[in-house]
Write a protein that binds this ligand. Structure first.
Ligand SMILES: [Zn+2]
Length: 406
């Protein structure tokens, strides 16, 4: 059995703050503290987490524009983070893709540094490599991408080569792309992906157009990803886009691939457009995919922990665990199995994790609690086996380890 966190963001912290992966960063607050790094090598060891899908998120240019209407704030941000370099820069159609490669290089350098300091951790670039590393009892990192703006953006009628860029990412070892994120990209339109407190704090509009779906080039990109075996994550996509991806996948007949939601709650507990509903859970089951449950009370049950307007009133000492179990049970009621449930913490994604699941080391506590309630086989499925199955049949093509690039 391998324990896998199918969505987290240590690379975002190393990219923005130049933090090191081998350092055991103290968790200074169980509440949201943006500068805390809560996923690192020591916490992988303490949490008994074997594999993480480390998601590359290049902060979107629209986010920087919307957050930052004043020149003063922009200069301050630049001073702190070098926003022009670290956030999406649209100086040319391919620039966001080039920045994404730079982000990956930066994170890989940090992993190399960790190896030099005797950390038993490696990046796997294909499924076989991952299996071998697990056999050698190494901690494994897989690259994933959040937001297809990382494939580049059309500017003044000039388009990046989305397909070649996907191939290049595949050859770098990227196993999965979350098509949407906070803002529209050339592939797909998103739902609103932030909780009300954040929208309010950052004075964002909070409006998204749910009538939008996959773009025409987005449909071709989805087909290409399914062909080469780049796993498609539907998190953040509009319902319309999600329906279309399921349809395209179904049209492949026997060559259907497993699709995933990597970090969501369940529509039915909290009816938020981020969360898949009963029909979609059944579609995930149909394609042998999986749903990663997020460490975030807002998406799990519609209330934010630290929001004084909607406080959680039951004072449960295990608020996150309780809502994660509720979500597991709801999904199980629909599918009749535990075959399509995983964990995608979203830790280090500037999220506010529940007070009982404040860093990656808490996976050990989660595992203990799972074992108290569920059968060992089912715990194994939820913690890793389901995602292993998805990676086996969703990543790559008949063990083909490279695709042709220009
Ligand atoms: Zn996300």
């Amino acid at each position: 059995m391998a324990t896998i966190d199918i969505h987290c963001h240590p690379g975002l912290k190393t990219w923005l703050f130049n933090s090191n992966f081998e350092t055991d960063h103290p968790t200074l607050s169980k509440d949201f503290l943006p500068t805390d790094m809560v996923v690192d090598y020591p916490k992988m060891v303490q949490g008994e987490v074997d594999v993480i899908l480390s998601s590359v998120y290049l902060p979107e240019s629209s986010l920087i524009k919307e957050v930052d209407p004043s020149k003063f704030v922009k200069e301050l941000l630049n001073l702190l983070f070098n926003v022009d370099k670290k956030a999406e820069n649209n100086s040319s159609p391919n620039q966001p893709f080039e920045q994404t490669l730079e982000f990956i290089n930066h994170f890989e350098n940090k992993i190399e540094l960790a190896q030099q300091k005797n950390c038993n951790v490696c990046i796997a670039r294909n499924f076989t490599e991952m299996e071998n590393l697990l056999e050698e009892k190494k901690k494994v990192i897989l690259h994933s991408i959040e937001g297809a703006h990382s494939l580049g953006r059309a500017i003044d009628g000039n388009t990046p080569d989305y397909f070649d860029n996907i191939n290049k990412l595949f050859n770098r070892g990227v196993c999965l792309i979350t098509l949407a994120h906070f803002y529209e990209n050339d592939i797909v339109a998103p739902v609103i992906g932030m909780p009300p407190s954040v929208i309010k704090k950052l004075k964002l509009s909070g409006e998204r157009d749910s009538s939008l779906g996959l773009t025409p080039v987005g449909e071709e990109v989805v087909k290409h990803m399914l062909d080469i075996g780049m796993i498609i994550d539907l998190t953040h996509c509009t319902r319309k886009a999600r329906d279309k991806v399921f349809e395209i996948n179904n049209n492949r007949g026997a060559k259907k691939r497993p699709l995933v939601f990597t970090h969501v709650g369940f529509w039915g507990i909290f009816d938020h457009p981020m969360n898949p509903d009963k029909e979609e859970i059944n579609k995930i089951k149909d394609c042998n995919g999986t749903v990663g449950i997020i460490f975030y009370n807002y998406y799990l049950m519609g209330k934010e922990e630290d929001d004084p307007l909607t406080p959680i009133i039951d004072f449960n000492p295990e608020p996150g665990i309780k809502y994660i179990f509720d979500t597991i049970d709801k999904i199980h009621n629909i599918t009749g199995t535990y075959d399509n449930i995983s964990i995608g913490s979203d830790l280090d994604g500037f999220t506010d994790p529940p007070d009982d699941l404040y860093n990656l080391a808490r996976f050990k506590f989660l595992k203990e609690k799972l074992i108290e309630k569920y059968e060992p086989d089912d715990v194994g499925k939820i913690l890793g086996d389901n995602m292993l199955r998805v990676l086996r049949s969703g990543w790559g093509n008949n063990n083909q380890q490279e695709v042709k690039t220009i």
